[in-house]
Design a protein around this ligand. Structure first.
Ligand code: FEO
Ligand code: CA
Ligand code: CA
Length: 686
């Protein structure tokens, strides 16, 4: 059989002023160089929303003041919050640091603040099971990779195991995508390369151990909770599209069981201790006709895929008879129970299908759970899901089982933002005369208790073609919503809009107050407050906390009112997290192509005099992005996933040897290699 050669990678370098061309090709199927796929005009509900806004505006500042007061009261007392991690038992933060200086993007080093050290907790290729072979870069096989830690982690969490006195924990990590050019020797047959790459996708759960709370974590090979989720792992479909004709294939005539998860990006940990992970750039794994409204709106094309899995398995080419719907079976939020290695993970169609960045859950004051979600595509939308049923308190097996059904039924909303300084928004990023990019907003329903409220679409159609449903309702086109997360202390929700260099270009949407810069290269962060502190309600107020960039070079930046000459430059916000004191932490993806610095992790104050103070905590190695931050500040430790280190290199000319950094001329030790290995890293007070 003649083999299609591996697709050539694009010319190296940065594209569109952002990330590397290799990352664009392999992670997002060149989403930013293809035409914008949201060409909707979004006018259907605009008049209604505008007139309601005018009416409420007419109520004046007194009404706005009352709203703010209610938010404060509700989030302080009435709003149930996610339980703190078990066994912490601390009150004070133990993470003092002086901001590091920005690191030049050419530097291949992990840079942490003075007084801190770092170590990889687990690396791509590390053996997970008793029978897993040790990583051997020169002799990789798909069978070995299936028993080893996967590639390119994005979302991570570390959850202590109850009763372990802080000595054992479970680590979850997903594996977003692969870069076979730097992973495997070029002499390997193409079919082997495809198999290794495929086995490096999916998810991993692995147990960690430490001697006491002052020691760093190590992973435990062969521990009982260790598990790899591969493209062969069955997922149960829940929600309106379960059993739908839209999901049926030759291999799954019932439309209820899907093999594998793809493009897993950010995620969240639920109050009941399960993990949510977002299927993001799934389109890049499929060949389609590319001619239907659904295909066009989701970026599905008839191009051969970058990894060529369609050569070996018919389902990846959805032009094949019986597999037309395979592409509809990805793009969901998956839920995984890391404490039960025999459990069947779920794909929740009630939370919609789009390029799910992730999902973060809070409990509303009425006991229903609310998941906030971004669709990471230029001019796509911000969503939230509100469960029909209420959360069961406690951690009993019965409560957990009940809570694991909460995301199967509920209401799905998409956000519409209305600014209060509309006439002053000119795309320059200049702050309006009222001193803020801010306004009100509305959650527009698409599904109510799993029933469609979109004219002309059934519930299963809304669940599968969520973008088309949202287009009809007049949602606000955003600058790529990445992670969206409620602050566990205040209930306010933070939305990282990473960038959108097509804002205001050609026939695309122009700047608005929630996305105020034409050619938005550096991104911004929205702070959203649910009206009355009611996370399950349909009204909110909002403002931009950060308008990102390097303030020394760009006047169109804003840092929550903090003096611009006293902050770390920050660009392309991506993942967000909170510490125990309610500070926001932001990891970035794309700084080398914008401000010229390595990506990093930044702490941002939110309250009082500290509001808007951005301090860089760490910088990741050459070509890498920073992902999955976990802030265990009371233990003086932070975890990050270092994704795609050395992305722009080749097998013969690697750009990074993170994390082993074997000195040139010396022989690598056991399990070490002079090629980059994406890893989950722990940073700790030395
Ligand atoms: Fe995988 Fe939207 O970042
Ligand atoms: Ca304003
Ligand atoms: Ca991301």
């Amino acid at each position: 059989m003649t083999e299609t050669p591996r697709r050539l990678l694009p010319m190296l370098g940065s594209t569109r002023g952002k990330r590397s061309a290799v990352t664009c090709a392999l992670k997002c199927d060149n989403a930013c160089s293809d035409a914008v796929c949201n060409t909707s005009t979004n006018t259907y509900f605009r008049d209604i929303v505008s007139s309601e806004f005018s009416r409420r505006s007419a109520l004046g500042a007194g009404a706005a003041g009352a709203l703010t007061l209610l938010v404060g009261m509700q989030t302080g007392a009435g709003s149930a919050q996610a339980a703190p991690p078990p066994g912490t038992g601390y009150r004070k933060s133990n993470l003092p640091f002086d901001a590091i200086a920005p690191v030049d993007a050419s530097v291949d080093a992990m840079t942490v603040p003075q007084g801190y050290g770092w170590k990889p907790v687990i690396r791509w290729g590390d053996p997970l099971f008793a029978n897993s072979p040790a990583f051997d870069a020169e002799s990789q096989t798909a069978a070995a990779q299936a028993l080893q830690f996967g590639y390119n982690c994005d979302y991570t969490d570390v959850l202590e195991i109850e009763g372990s006195k802080g000595r054992r924990a479970v680590l979850f990590a997903n594996h977003e995508y692969t870069n076979e050019t730097i992973m495997v020797p070029p002499t390997l047959p193409a079919a082997d390369v495809r198999g290794i790459g495929k086995a490096a996708h999916g998810l991993s759960v692995v147990e960690l151990e430490r001697r006491n709370r002052n020691k760093p974590w190590s992973y435990v090979q062969g521990a009982p909770l260790n598990r790899r989720y591969l493209t062969t792992t069955p997922y149960e479909v829940t929600g309106p599209a379960a059993g739908s004709d839209l999901l049926k294939t030759k291999d799954d005539p019932a439309g209820r069981t899907i093999l594998g998860t793809l493009g897993n990006c950010a995620g969240g940990t639920t109050p009941w201790g399960t993990i949510l992970s977002g299927e993001e750039n799934f389109n890049g794994y499929f060949v389609a006709t590319g001619t239907s409204d659904g295909d066009r709106r989701y970026g599905l094309t008839n191009r051969p895929t970058a990894r060529g899995w369609e050569i070996d398995e018919a389902r990846w080419d959805t032009r094949n008879a019986g597999y037309e719907n395979e592409k509809h079976r990805f793009g969901y939020i998956v839920e995984v129970d890391p404490f039960d290695p025999t459990s069947t993970p779920k794909k929740h169609t009630a939370l919609g299908r789009f390029k799910h960045e992730g999902a973060n859950v809070t409990v509303a004051s009425d006991g229903r759970v609310v998941a906030y979600m971004g669709d990471d595509e230029r001019f796509d939308y911000l969503y939230k899901f509100v469960s029909t049923n209420t959360v069961q308190p406690g951690t009993s097996a019965a409560a957990r089982k009940a809570n694991m059904t909460l995301l199967s039924e509920g209401s799905l909303y998409v956000a519409r933002f209305q600014g209060d300084s509309v006439a002053e928004i000119d795309g320059s990023g200049r702050l309006p005369s009222d001193g803020a990019f801010d306004g009100v907003g509305e959650w527009l329903p698409l599904l109510v208790d799993n029933r469609s409220v979109v004219a002309g679409m059934t519930a299963e159609e809304v669940a599968v073609f969520t973008r088309l449903a949202a287009d009809r309702m007049g949602a606000t086109k955003m600058d790529r919503c990445e992670d969206v997360q409620p602050n566990p202390l205040t209930g306010r929700v933070y939305v990282a809009c990473t960038n959108n260099t097509n804002r205001g270009v050609g026939s695309n949407a122009i700047a608005d107050e929630a996305n105020p810069r034409t050619l938005n290269r550096d991104g911004h962060v929205v702070e959203l407050s649910e009206a009355g502190g009611n996370a399950s309600g349909t009204r909110f107020t909002w403002n931009l906390l950060l308008v990102c960039g390097d303030p020394a070079r760009s006047p169109a930046t804003y840092f929550g009112g903090y003096p611009k000459d006293k902050v770390s430059p920050i660009s392309c916000p991506d993942n967000v997290a909170f510490d125990s004191q309610g500070n926001l932490w932001i990891s970035t993806d794309g700084q080398p192509g914008t401000v010229g610095y390595s990506d990093g992790l930044f702490k941002v104050g939110l309250e009082g005099a500290e509001r808007g103070r951005v301090q860089q905590f760490l910088a990741v190695p050459r070509d890498a992005e920073t992902c999955g931050p976990i802030i265990h500040d009371q233990e003086g430790t932070v975890f990050v996933a270092v994704q795609h280190p050395g992305e722009d290199g080749s097998w013969a000319n690697q750009h990074s040897s993170f994390p082993d950094y074997v000195p040139s001329g010396s022989a690598p030790g056991k399990g070490q290699a002079a090629l980059p290995r994406p890893s989950v890293v722990q940073v700790y007070r030395a």
